[in-house]
Write a protein that binds this ligand. Structure first.
Ligand code: NAD
Length: 475
């Protein structure tokens, strides 16, 4: 299958940019698969202006009509699911089955927010004066600037675009330059479904230049970003200086607590599958493993056996269960985290190095007995490296889980009700999975605390960032 021709998406269709040349690689081979031109500052300015023009009509489009357009877009995504999934594999590298799952969830998310468009309710408030009326209206905030990453190029994009459009906002998006085609295919689905031109635009370029320009653009009222804590901090500061709202979905470093009553082998099976999904490049990925000492050695052994069985390869090969990392930056970051942990006394139970082949592959890696001062327990690896640590008491496990500034997802494995109750309330995180690693569904809220950011995506909560409340007092 040929990789799609790349462009910007402006005024309802593909447009060739006039800006700096950008290059896309297939992470499974490291080879260049496309060059294309990014946006000039004038093109970015034009996208913001068109978005504002589109917003003035889209906000008044009846909710039933907005719903109908979103439903048609969801169906268009389903109709092209195989093609979109194959493109995700080419530019991101994940196994085809995972890419198909992502596209299915993308369509389901559009459908969910299509329904939510019809449930944007205000309320009436008993008036203080006879004959008076007090009420609230929920209104779209305006033009949204959305910045989305490369790890889930479809779902991360749509978790911003679908609720924003459902609320009546217009969006200018800058998806990651590593994975530009997926968002273009999705935008075309909305255009084919009847979304007015300008209501959804896509620009690419130098990320810092585009985000600075869009955040400052007078038409833009809302910033939403998914990516690293470091970049989120910069964007939030810029938005804050201009008193613009922001939603920040940032890094995570999810602790997994395996309780004394868990079955060591089945816990290791679930935990290793969660760790190596998307090659560990998931913000809610199971990331640090704290295991009760009574099952620790069995857990480590089974986890390591599972790591060795992972079939690492090109995501397009049906046998592959873990693809490459999406860019070479991750290889260097993982090499350094593994070297640091080993130098401090960790034990290598599996993997430990990049694969000697073209592309950006890293072996599924298991580090046992990781000491508390190892960097990998403080820095999110965002890759297929699993640090495992024993604990003796549940209080100690909670203290270890809360030892980073992150607080996105967290997980517990066990059945003892009082222990689970303690874990679901004491771990500092926006999400707690108990005996499951499913942390994100279209209908459920997803968001973190601390350095994992603020605000929610998913569920009815995911609509809130795109709405404000107007109070009307009539006498
Ligand atoms: P990075 O900080 O360079 O980039 C992260 C994302 O932000 C990319 O999509 C990039 O295009 C975008 N970006 C970078 N600078 C930007 C700017 N000034 N304005 C707007 N967008 C900008 O990191 P990376 O090397 O691409 O990824 C590694 C780290 O990023 C990981 O450690 C992880 O914490 C984080 N990350 C998180 C998620 C997530 O789902 N929360 C996704 C991807 C990356």
């Amino acid at each position: 299958m040929a990789y799609p021709e790349l462009a910007l998406f402006l005024d309802g269709g593909r447009r060739q940019g006039q800006g700096r040349l950008l290059r896309v690689h297939n992470p499974a081979t490291g080879e260049r698969i496309a060059d294309f031109a990014g946006a000039t500052p004038q093109e970015v300015e034009g996208a913001a202006a068109s978005a504002y023009d589109a917003f003035k009509h889209w906000r008044d489009t009846p909710a039933y009509d907005r719903e109908a357009i979103l439903r048609r877009a969801a169906n268009a995504v389903r109709a092209q699911a195989d093609h979109i999934a194959a493109v995700i594999v080419m530019e991101n590298g994940k196994p085809l089955a995972e890419a198909k799952g992502e596209v299915g969830a993308t369509a389901d998310t559009i459908d969910f927010y299509a329904g939510e468009a019809r449930r944007i309710y205000g309320r009436t408030i008993p008036a203080r004066t006879a004959g008076g009326r007090m009420s609230t209206l929920r209104e779209p905030v305006g033009v949204v600037a959305a910045f989305t990453p490369w790890n889930f190029p479809a779902i991360n994009f749509i978790r911003k675009v679908a609720p924003a459009l459902a609320a009546g906002c217009a969006v200018v998006a800058k998806p990651a330059e590593e994975t530009p085609a997926t968002a273009l295919l999705l935008a075309q689905c909305f255009a084919d479904a009847g979304l007015p031109p300008g209501a959804l635009s896509i620009v690419y370029g130098v990320p810092a230049d585009i985000s600075s320009q869009l955040i400052a653009a007078p038409q833009v009222r809302k910033i939403t970003f998914t990516g690293s804590t470091a970049v989120g901090r910069e964007l939030a500061a810029k938005a804050g200086a201009l008193l613009k709202r922001s939603t920040m979905e940032l890094g995570g470093h999810a602790p997994v607590i395996v309780c004394a009553d868990a079955n060591a082998e089945s816990a290791a099976d679930k935990a290793s599958a969660a760790k190596f999904r998307n090659a560990g490049q998931t913000c809610n990925s199971a990331s640090r493993f704290y295991v009760h000492r009574s099952l620790y050695e069995r857990f480590v052994q089974r986890f390591a056996e599972n790591a060795v069985k992972v079939v690492v390869g090109d995501g397009a090969d049906a046998a592959t269960t873990m693809g490459p990392l999406s860019n070479p930056r991750r290889i260097e970051a993982l090499k350094s985290l593994v070297a640091d942990a080993l130098a401090r006394g960790a034990r290598l139970a599996a993997g430990g190095a990049p694969l000697e082949r073209p592309g950006w592959f890293f072996q599924p890696t298991v580090l046992a007995d990781v000491p508390a001062d190892a960097q990998i327990l403080a820095i999110e690896p965002f890759g297929p490296v699993a640090p495992i640590v024993p604990f003796d008491s549940i209080e100690e496990a909670i203290q270890l889980a809360n030892s980073t500034p992150f607080g996105l997802a967290s997980y517990a494995i066990g059945d003892h009700a009082p222990t689970i109750r303690l874990l679901t309330t004491r771990i500092e995180a926006g999400i707690v999975g108990v005996n499951t690693f499913v942390a994100s569904l279209p209908e459920t809220p997803f968001g973190g605390v601390g350095h994992s950011g603020w605000g929610h995506e998913g569920g009815p909560e995911g609509l809130e960032p795109y709405l404000h409340t107007r109070f009307i007092n009539e006498l």
